[in-house]
Design a protein around this ligand. Structure first.
Ligand code: PAF
Length: 272
């Protein structure tokens, strides 16, 4: 596995390897990330995983400094998974002094995480556009766990005619249903035991809607149940899968963000 830390090395590797499949990550890799590497490998292209904790997508009061980092562990996992290349840019290489350009995203970026975290999707879109151009990837794979991010990136690629294909990788879950996330390690034992109830409540709401309960009633019941368990529910909503506009029509996507202690859990499922 080739480890690349500067743009010249990346350009030389691109020239030698031809078209690549990219898996953009912020490190602290788990099974969910490795499933994206497997999806990238299934394209038949050499796979490049980027590891970059992107300061641009964190707000001033967010967890940039405590975001988990484990470069040696990540490299060992990627090597074992058969990843071909790893792109590890520094913050200075990614954002040189004097940078003045970013990508403004609206549409699917506007509500939900976009409203809760102003500037977050500008940071995500900007770094992803840079990663696409730096690697020249023909394909990039994004986890469906961050459904809104996945749709924001698809919209950006379509709007800017970026010459790559975006693939989604299904959410990987723990045995009890909790969606895997690098931030789950910050859950205390009691919070960890409660955390799968978010996915259960979403499944129950989707089942109730499928059985004929009005979405508003099914969602209100799920929110109340989660609040009674101690979750701080930021949102639990039925949305159009691509635009992220709130809807009562199915099939839709059920999206949720809920806090347990200091950890904000995100999840989403299809609501058919
Ligand atoms: O999902 C993530 O880990 C990040 O938002 C991404 C896509 C790597 C951009 O920094």
């Amino acid at each position: 596995m080739q480890i690349l830390r500067d743009l010249d090395a990346l350009r030389a590797a691109r020239a030698a390897r031809g078209p690549l499949a990219l898996v953009p990550t912020m490190g602290a890799l788990h099974e969910g990330h490795l499933s994206l590497v497997a999806a990238a490998q299934a394209t038949g292209l050499p796979v490049i995983t980027s590891i970059f904790v992107n300061p641009l997508q964190f707000g001033p009061n967010e967890d940039l400094s405590r975001y988990p980092r484990d470069e040696a562990g990540d490299l060992a996992k990627l090597d074992a998974a058969g990843c071909d290349l790893v792109w590890l840019p520094s913050v200075a290489a990614m954002y040189p002094e004097g940078r003045a350009t970013s990508i403004e995203v609206a549409g699917p970026a506007e509500g939900w995480e976009g409203a809760a975290r102003p500037g977050h999707f500008r940071g995500v879109a900007t770094v992803c556009a840079k990663l696409f151009l730096q690697t020249g990837a023909a394909v990039a794979v994004f986890g469906e766990k961050d459904w809104q991010q996945y749709q924001v990136i698809r919209r950006m690629v379509a709007d800017l005619d970026l010459p790559l294909r975006i693939l989604g990788g299904e959410t990987v879950r723990e045995a009890d249903g909790l969606a895997m996330s690098s931030r789950n390690r910050f859950l205390g034992p009691q919070e960890r035991a409660l955390a799968p109830r978010l996915h259960q409540a979403m499944q129950a709401a989707a089942a109730a809607m499928a059985a004929g309960t009005a979405p508003a009633a099914a969602l209100a019941e799920a929110r109340a149940g989660l609040a009674a368990l101690g979750f701080g529910v930021d949102y639990l909503a039925l949305v159009e899968p691509e635009t992220l506009r709130e809807t009562t029509a199915r099939p839709g996507r059920l999206i949720a963000a809920a806090r347990l202690g200091s950890v904000r859990l995100l999840d989403n499922i299809a609501a058919g």
